[in-house]
Structure formats: C-alpha cells, structure tokens
Ligand binder design. Structure first.
Ligand SMILES: Cc1cc2nc3c(=O)[nH]c(=O)nc-3n(C[C@H](O)[C@H](O)[C@H](O)COP(=O)(O)O)c2cc1C
Length: 191
C-alpha cells in the first residue's frame, strides 16, 4: 500500500471482529514500530503484547470516562479493547530520550522526548496495521498507574499509550481535519 494512501485512509477503529490475528501480523506491526526514528537512536519504547482476555478486560476498565454534551460517557475505546484479540501497550524507559550519556537533559523538555519517540513508533504501528487490513485506535485516556500495576511495569518505565489490534467490524468514521490554511503559517507564527 502506498504510504500517502495509508496515511489518508487509516481511521480509528472502535468495533472489532473476534477473529484472531496471527503472530506474523503482530510481528510485522511491531517491526514497523521499532523502525521508527528515535532520539539518538535510544529506542526507549517497550511493547507489551496482551492476548489474555482477563488482562485485557482489567486494562479496559482503567479507561477514563469522557464528557460529551455535559454528560460523562464511557471512553469509546473501552469496548474495543475487550473485543479485539490483541492489545499492544507502549511504554517508555525513562531518562533515555533527550539525555546526554552522563544523564543530564539536552533540552528544556527533559524527559518529554519519550512521548515523542513513542508517538513515532505508534504512528508506524497503526499505519502498518492498516496496510495489513487490521484496525487500531490510539488510546490515551486511561489510568497509567493502574495499568502499570496490572502489567507489572517497573517504576523506571512509563505506560504511555495503547491500541487494540484486530479485524475491523466497521469502516471507521471520517474525522474531518481543519483546513490546512488554519494550521500552516508563513515565516512567523500566526501569519
Ligand atoms: C494521543 C491520542 C490519544 C487518544 N485517546 C483516545 C481515547 O482515549 N479514546 C478514543 O476513543 N480515542 C482516542 N484517540 C483517537 C482520536 O480520537 C482519533 O485519532 C481522532 O479523533 C481522529 O480520528 P482518526 O484516528 O479516525 O483519524 C486518541 C488519539 C491520540 C493521538
């Protein structure tokens, strides 16, 4: 699949078939994620692949409710996490992205750079999944401390994001983007 086609046609998928995803496909998306660029090639990302329905259920229960039209509703991805046969959780080792070998931060962003590196890996992962006909939805609204407990993530690592992985049970809704002219400036910010 052409890269631009994959970028434009990928949608967040929140309804999945129960059909299993084979290990080869899981490895393909993980390889794609792992080939993402990273700060100093530090590769601070760590991936936890969860198949166990009980563990998936526990993680899904940590998703935060969101406010829609003044009402608190379930995070739309919660049921997706339970339906899809595979859940991939992305963690980051602290103190690697954005740091010199002596442990001092290179920029004023300190350890925020791990979010950047993990995001690049996640984007590769979701595009690779899409190219294989698999669905994903990036999830950020969850209780990371609870997920760390469930998955026994050590204190030296942060749980950053996760996605279900499975065969889509719907096409996925198009979420329109702002006009490019609203977000692109010429020479100076806001111009
Ligand atoms: C950092 C991040 C966090 C997100 N968290 C959630 C989430 O908690 N629940 C959810 O249903 N979707 C979540 N999404 C998916 C977005 O809602 C979705 O990407 C956006 O609406 C655009 O739709 P599209 O992915 O179909 O293009 C998240 C996306 C990103 C990038």
């Amino acid at each position: 699949m052409d890269i631009l086609e994959a970028i434009k046609n990928r949608r967040s998928i929140r309804h999945y078939k129960a059909d299993p995803v084979d290990d080869e496909a899981v490895n393909t998306v993980l390889e794609a994620a792992h080939w993402a660029p990273s700060w100093g090639n530090a590769q601070c990302w760590r991936f936890i692949v969860v198949h166990d329905p009980e563990i998936k259920g526990k993680v899904a229960d940590t998703l935060m409710k969101v406010k829609v039209d003044n009402e608190w509703v379930e995070n739309a991805a919660a049921s997706a996490l339970k339906q899809a046969p595979v859940l991939i959780v992305l963690c980051a080792e602290q103190g690697k992205a954005g740091f010199r070998p002596d442990g001092t931060p290179v920029t004023d962003k300190g350890d925020y750079w791990f979010m950047f590196d993990v995001a690049l890996a996640m984007e590769n992962l979701v595009l690779a999944a899409h190219s294989l006909g698999l669905g994903t939805v990036i999830v950020g609204g969850f209780d990371a401390k609870k997920v760390a407990q469930i998955l026994e993530v050590p204190a030296s690592s942060n749980v950053v994001t996760m996605t279900p992985l499975g065969f889509p049970d719907h096409k996925g809704q198009i979420s329109p983007r702002k006009d490019l002219s609203e977000v692109v400036y010429k020479d100076k910010y806001g111009k």
